[in-house]
Design a protein around this ligand. Structure first.
Ligand code: SAM
Ligand code: DTB
Ligand code: SF4
Length: 364
């Protein structure tokens, strides 16, 4: 059973976020290596299977039909196109494909059937499959699970308080309900958010309170820096400082020790040094591919060169990364921190989700 804490207060999280940088980095890196292999980073390739024309009004999103952005909208991709892209992603070191659709919610019918076929097809390639399709019913989550879906991405995006300033066409509660529906299936939960949307530090902490209080905590948490796209209401937002990104990653790592923390949108603006600091602070996943959904992302070859430079290895699919297995090993890592830390010890030898049961090998 997981020993992660679910009762973090906003004040506690803010105190962590605002620690002197060197202390924050040291604590986050320590938590990270207690729970994960610090040299392994998961690579997830994004694929926009249905682009643009979305009826929602998310203030950050270039795919909302009501904003006049430069993106080229597309109908749902064919299964064979998706398969070809997945094979390319696999060949370049990716263990997961994340398919995104600019939908408010999933509707039963031929398009959903086509997505189910995409899931089955990628699953057969021995890759993890993730989808992000908007709101989902319990039954739709079950059908995706049956098709072999590994993860479902549904971001809280910001705090409950700030949510209504960013989106008016749905509520924070709706997001929680979809996450709950995903949890009722055996699909793992991927949920995170965006920084740089004009939110206060309290909102960043509030979002982490909401994510950390989910029980179990999400298996992965993407941290996006806003990509300010011309034509959206957020086009003039100031770029996110790398220091804010590092603080956010480090704080996420400390309050959700077992989760995979993903460096997501915004990496084109980050130097290698900046990304290296994020990996040190506990990020252990990236979105790869020369495009995110509609905006640029670093070139895959550049990412692989960065991995080589930093001695990082792409994580294999369905494999849970190594954790120290003895109390002595954990104690030796924690000893320099002195007092007993507030975050939890790792839970060993735990299969974290049903779907991984057949495929997960715990590396010790
Ligand atoms: N329509 C579905 C939904 O909203 O859940 C799935 C696709 S939506 C594009 C997935 C996520 O992308 C959003 O929740 C948001 O976190 C992220 N995103 C969208 N536009 C972004 C931007 N300009 N900068 C950073 N992240 C963005
Ligand atoms: C997530 O948290 N970030 C990804 C993925 N989940 C779907 C999407 C980022 C999108 C950035 C803007 C764009 O490219 O359209
Ligand atoms: Fe639509 Fe998702 Fe973009 Fe919101 S974030 S406008 S729901 S595609």
């Amino acid at each position: 059973m997981s020993e992660a804490r679910h009762d973090w207060s906003k004040e506690e999280i803010l105190a962590i976020y605002n620690k002197p940088m060197m202390e924050l980095l040291y604590e986050a890196a320590t938590v990270h290596r207690v729970h994960h292999d610090p040299n392994t980073v998961q690579v997830s390739t994004l694929l926009s299977i249905k682009t643009g024309g979305c009826p929602e009004d998310c203030g950050y999103c270039p795919q909302a039909a009501r904003y006049h952005t430069d993106i080229e909208g597309n109908d749902l991709m064919t299964v064979s196109h998706v398969k070809a892209q997945a094979l390319r992603a696999k060949a370049s070191g990716s263990s997961r494909v994340c398919m995104g659709a600019a939908w408010r919610n999933v509707k039963d019918g031929p398009e959903f059937d086509q997505v189910l076929e995409m899931v089955r097809t990628i699953n057969k390639l021995d890759m993890e499959v993730c989808c992000t399709l908007g709101m989902l019913t319990e039954n739709q989550a079950k059908r995706l699970a049956e098709a072999g879906l590994y993860a479902y991405n549904h971001n809280l995006d910001t705090s409950e308080d700030y949510y209504k300033d960013v989106i008016s066409t749905r509520a924070f509660e709706d997001r929680l309900e979809t996450i709950d529906n995903v949890r009722k299936s055996n699909v793992t939960v991927c949920s995170g958010g965006i920084i740089g949307m004009g939110e206060q530090l309290e909102d960043r902490a509030g979002m982490l309170v909401a994510l950390a209080s989910l029980n179990p905590q999400p298996e992965s948490v993407p941290i996006n820096a806003l990509v300010a796209v011309e034509g959206t209401p957020m086009e003039e937002m100031e770029p996110v400082s790398i220091w804010d990104m590092i603080r956010m990653v480090a704080t996420t790592r400390i309050v959700m020790p077992e989760t995979q923390v993903r460096l997501s949108a915004g990496r084109t603006e980050m130097s290698r040094e900046g990304q290296a600091m994020c990996f040190f602070a506990g990020a252990n996943s990236i979105f790869a591919g020369d495009k995110l959904l509609t905006t640029p992302n670093p070139d895959v070859n550049e990412d692989m060169a960065m991995f080589k430079l930093l001695g990082l290895n792409p994580q294999k699919p369905f494999v849970k990364v190594a954790q120290p297995t003895t109390t002595e090993a954990v104690d030796s890592i924690l000893a320099p921190l002195g007092e007993k830390p507030k975050w939890s010890r790792p839970a060993h030898k735990i299969e974290r989700n049903e779907i991984a049961k057949n495929k997960t090998k715990l590396v010790e």
